[in-house]
Ligand binder design. Structure first.
Ligand code: PGA
Length: 268
């Protein structure tokens, strides 16, 4: 199945939830649910002020902490903004870039996403770049061209080696926070197209090394089916990541899928 060339990643996106105080109880609940065997990477993307507390709470575990957004400039007169170096200094290893909520509510453009991506990589962060269509775009058959456009803008200027440090999250906007996840078939179809885009722009070796996540109402009930798809390497999880037990169940599903796939690969 070729998943052996890339990491499975289960990433939580807490959005504007979780104070530094909330993290303690959450970590106490999640830690016992984290499997010892490292078959997937686990990430929690926290609000900026909560990052240090989250880093502390998950120290000496395999959970990495990420930011949810950053500015592309290194410093300066950008009131309210946070730079990539600041995220790194706070202990973040990842950052989400171009989430649809940032694009929709704060006017973030594809050009901004590209600048942020370059800045994140230069700072040593692992960016999770979000792409996805609205319901209107899906219904008018624009999904494929839209995703291709978002990807070509976001990844502009990267070479075949650097792109391997990027994770792509396919998040159909109509599935985010609505309880209505994409079917595994629909999600796989777009994630396969994303891999084809990567292959034609960066070559087969890079395409098979980039992890592609699905996001949008992923929960314990649908995680296993989505994660079993050949081009879906993990999840970016909003609502269900706020409950440690649900997030733990999704991690368990990812571990189980990765274990089965490893066995399949070994048998090939
Ligand atoms: P959701 O959010 O899981 O609550 O749909 C996903 C996301 O926006 O990253």
């Amino acid at each position: 199945m070729n998943k052996k060339y890339r990491r499975a990643i289960i990433a939580g996106n807490w959005k504007m939830n979780m104070t530094p105080t909330d993290v303690r109880d959450y970590a106490a609940e999640l830690k016992p649910l984290i499997p010892k065997e490292k078959l997937c990477d686990i990430v929690l993307c926290a609000p900026a002020v909560t990052i240090p507390a989250a880093v502390r709470a998950f120290r000496a575990t395999r959970v990495a902490i990420g930011g949810q957004n950053m500015h592309y400039e290194a410093s300066g007169a950008y009131t309210g903004e946070i730079s990539a170096d600041m995220l790194v200094a706070a202990g973040a290893k990842y950052t989400i870039i171009g989430h649809s909520e940032r694009r929709a509510y704060y006017g973030e453009t594809d050009a901004d996403v590209n600048k942020k991506l370059h800045a994140a990589l230069a700072a040593g962060l692992r960016p999770i770049v979000c792409v996805g269509e609205t319901l209107d775009q899906r219904e008018t058959g624009a999904t494929y061209s839209l995703i291709n456009y978002q990807l070509s803008m976001a990844l502009y200027g990267l070479d075949a080696t650097t792109v391997r440090r990027v994770t792509i999250a396919y998040e159909p906007i109509w599935a985010i926070g609505t309880g209505r996840a994409a079917t595994a078939e629909d999600a796989e179809e777009v994630c396969r197209d994303i891999r084809i885009f990567l292959r034609s722009n960066f070559g087969a070796r890079s395409a098979r090394a980039v992890s592609i996540l699905y996001g949008g109402s992923m929960k314990p009930a649908n995680a296993a089916e989505l994660l079993a798809c050949p081009d879906i390497d993990g999840g970016l999880i909003g609502g269900a990541s706020l409950k440690a037990d649900e997030f733990g169940q999704i991690i368990a599903a990812a571990q189980e899928t990765a274990r089965m796939q490893r066995e399949e690969d070994e048998a090939e």
